[in-house]
Design a protein around this ligand. Structure first.
Ligand code: NAP
Length: 692
């Protein structure tokens, strides 16, 4: 089976899964692993990477994919991601069909498939909005390193010149692949991705669509369907290894000789015993109580609990533990479990019979220090399926009455629909119980009390990558405990792996090297395409507002005539705008203020007069002023002072529409003594040469 359409045909099982290496699909090698359906155990696919030349794949990524990606700007790469997202959006039905065989319901697939595509879109749009139309990023503001200002430093980020190796867990074959792919491609680093074998047939179908889309340049994407062979032996300090899975595998990869010897960047997202805490104020009848119960049930049953972010520890005030247990048990009992292809089914199967055995073993271990109060791990009656051949498991709720003294409920991850109820006696105890998880991806706090929220959030934040505070005001729009989002970091300390993914541009920067760059203002301005104070600022004879975007040079400037600010001006401005603050109106009161020598001009009056000094009034290529950044009033302006402005082109950025570009101007307002009284960055839109 070598073409994309054939591999998406579920009825053609067993599928012979292929890897994609060096620009072609490579047939399954010998000694293939059988991959059974989670629903009935029938053979769905077979996979083997025997015979793959992993060294050649790494070389191909570095020699072909990397240069092609690095030749593009961030905006061009963002456009490729957007095109890929659009291509996948129109072809996701076959992915849904395959994913049902992993035991996932339609609702689960929305998270995995639509969530993954959504992450591509999110990174495409961030790349356009938040990154420059360049191949590097300038981070922060320049650091002054000399008294005279002739030597300074700044920070730049450039793409690593290696390969990003992504190794994923079985639970999200699409989202896992795409949420790692998007930031790496946006950064300009080629990817070799490996899904977990148990659900690799879904990831393989996705990989075929990615290749078929033609949106990524040759060498930017390769795919391994099966084991990684000697892949890691080829990694160097220019490469990134990003892993999602168990603590055990993470440890083995982190300690791999090439990874530790070459200081390969390693990002790990691994198991985590996430907590949800019910505040003491959220008694039965309070909206937060019901929201809590609903969220715990949802987290236990979505993806049959096979989510790294799922709630595993349910912390409640001891006084309401019985009522919470009752409410949870009732709602869990109402969940229809069975073949996810049936409409009435709310929870599907675990990924495999082996996975079910692992979960049962974990439950038995937790049960040495807790008791099962709902659900029978040994018995389930799935709708439209057979529990002997399908990996179904009823949700299991345990209760541990002395959580501060227990170990297993905080340390054993049952990667299924399993959670432990833990009563607490005080907020300090709740914080201590949460900390026994030794670091988690996420915790949620359900309270409407500001003091409770403060104690819990600042008590547990250091142990978490994300903390969600739920109350009646945000519940309707809340994205929920278990949803990692492209704009927020996903990761956590300690047991959770110590890694961070996504988080907007933070996730992109994992694939880039940060370099401190030192030199003269002129050299750094030309290298970073951003004017720095101290670099040449030639005054052009023609007003720069008359010059279209493409004709403007970085550093080009205009110096205005000067204007005296009189007491009448201040009075007039005060009454005209209504800003009669005493510092502008009352000499005695102003003098008593530690900042002012007496009555002073309004900051906004200075800005308005500055605009009056630098504008060129006639219609021209300058289309609009759309804001100010980093405004500071540095010195008071007194009646009789004389101000003038120097405006310098600081940065230029082509906009998405070809008609205009954004210009960032450094604006500095001086007094008659040459002292800076105000400084800011003015943002304008200017027409391009072609249309001016
Ligand atoms: P796993 O057994 O550790 O496997 C994870 C990935 O590592 C799979 O692709 C696996 O490939 C691969 N792998 C295993 N041994 C390897 C080796 N020696 N060299 C290279 N790759 C190797 O974990 P899993 O069972 O798939 O996933 C469940 C676990 O993942 C749970 O503990 C869960 O909490 C965690 N998880 C964490 C997150 C998170 O974001 N923090 C998300 C999802 C899941 P094969 O499948 O081919 O063995």
């Amino acid at each position: 089976m070598t073409n994309a359409a054939a591999s998406l045909d579920v009825s053609a099982a067993p599928l012979a899964l292929e890897s994609y290496a060096l620009g072609r699909f490579v047939p399954t090698g010998p000694d293939a692993v059988d991959i059974p359906s989670a629903i009935d155990g029938s053979l769905v696919a077979r996979a083997s990477t025997k015979g793959l030349d992993f060294g050649a794949m790494v070389h191909h990524a570095r020699a072909v994919g990397g240069p092609a990606l690095r030749a593009m700007t961030f905006h061009e790469r963002a456009d490729r991601l957007k095109a890929l997202a659009a291509y996948l959006s129109e072809r996701k039905e076959p992915l849904y069909a395959l994913a049902l065989l992993t035991g996932a319901t339609k609702r689960d697939n929305l998270i995995d498939i639509d969530g993954g595509i959504g992450t591509l879109y999110a990174y495409a749009s961030r790349g356009r909005r938040e990154l420059p139309s360049e191949r590097f990023v300038v981070e922060g503001t320049p650091e002054s390193l000399s008294k005279g200002g002739s030597f300074l430093g700044t920070h730049i980020l450039t793409p690593l010149q290696g390969v990003a190796v992504h190794i994923n867990a079985f639970n999200f074959p699409c989202w896992g692949l795409l949420e790692k792919l998007a930031p790496a491609i946006l950064a300009g680093v080629p990817v070799i991705t490996k899904p977990a074998t148990a659900t690799a047939y879904v990831a393989e179908a996705l990989a075929r669509l990615i290749v078929e889309s033609g949106t990524l340049p040759e060498g930017a994407f390769q795919f391994i369907c099966g084991s990684t062979g000697d892949l890691l032996d080829h990694l160097t300090g220019q490469d990134v290894l990003s892993f999602t899975g168990s603590a055990e595998t993470s440890g083995a990869l982190r300690n791999h000789p090439a990874v530790s010897r070459n200081a390969v960047r390693f990002i790990a997202e691994r198991d985590s015993l996430n907590a949800a805490v019910l505040g003491p104020d959220a008694v039965p009848g309070a909206p937060e109580f019901d929201l809590f119960v609903k969220e715990v049930v949802r987290e236990m049953t979505v993806k049959a609990g096979q989510k790294c972010t799922a709630i595993r520890r349910i912390l409640v005030p001891r006084a309401v533990a019985g009522e919470v247990a009752e409410a949870l048990s009732a709602q869990l009992a109402a969940i229809r479990i069975g073949d996810p292809r049936r409409d009435e089914v709310r929870m599907g199967a675990l990924a495999s019979l082996a996975q079910r055995e692992a979960v049962r073993a974990a439950v038995a271990e937790i049960a040495t220090e807790a008791k099962i109060i709902a659900g029978d791990p040994a018995n389930v009656d799935p709708v439209g399926a057979d529990a002997a051949t399908g990996a179904f498991l009823a949700p299991v709720l345990l209760r541990c009455d002395s959580p501060l003294d227990a170990h297993a409920p905080h340390a054993v991850e049952a990667f299924g629909p399993v959670a432990t109820l833990m009563p607490y006696d005080s907020l300090a105890d709740a914080v201590a119980i949460v900390a026994k998880g030794e670091g988690s991806l996420v915790a949620s706090v359900f309270t409407y009390d500001a003091a409770v929220a403060e104690d819990l959030v600042f008590g547990i934040a250091s142990h978490h990558g994300r903390v969600l505070v739920v109350d009646r005001d945000c519940a309707k729009d809340s994205t929920g405990h278990g949803s990692p989002l492209p704009g927020l970091i996903h990761g956590g300390p300690g047991r959770a792996g110590g890694g961070e993914e996504m988080g907007g541009l933070r996730g992109v920067y994992h694939y880039m090297q940060r370099t401190a760059l030192q030199g003269s203002p002129a050299r750094l301005s030309s290298l970073t395409r951003s004017w720095i104070k101290g670099a040449p600022a030639p005054v052009t004879p023609e007003h720069p507002f008359k010059r279209p975007f493409d004709a403007l040079a970085i550093g080009e400037s205009v110096e205005t005539a000067s204007r005296v600010i009189s007491l009448d001006d201040i009075e007039h401005f005060a009454h005209f705008t209504g800003d009669t603050f005493y510092a502008h109106m009352d000499e005695e009161a102003a003098k008593a203020n530690p900042f002012f020598p007496g009555r002073v001009a309004h900051g906004y009056l200075i800005l308005s007069f500055a605009a009056g000094l630098f504008v060129d009034p006639a219609p021209g290529p300058l289309l609009a002023n759309y804001g100010l950044d980093n405004l500071r009033f540095l010195k008071p302006v007194s009646p009789g002072d004389e101000i003038k402005v120097r405006l310098t082109v600081k940065q230029k950025q082509a906009a998405r529409l070809p008609a205009y570009g954004e210009v960032r101007w450094d604006a500095e307002v001086f007094n008659q003594n040459g002292e800076t009284v105000a400084r800011y960055e003015l943002l304008t839109m200017s027409a391009r040469t072609s249309v001016a």
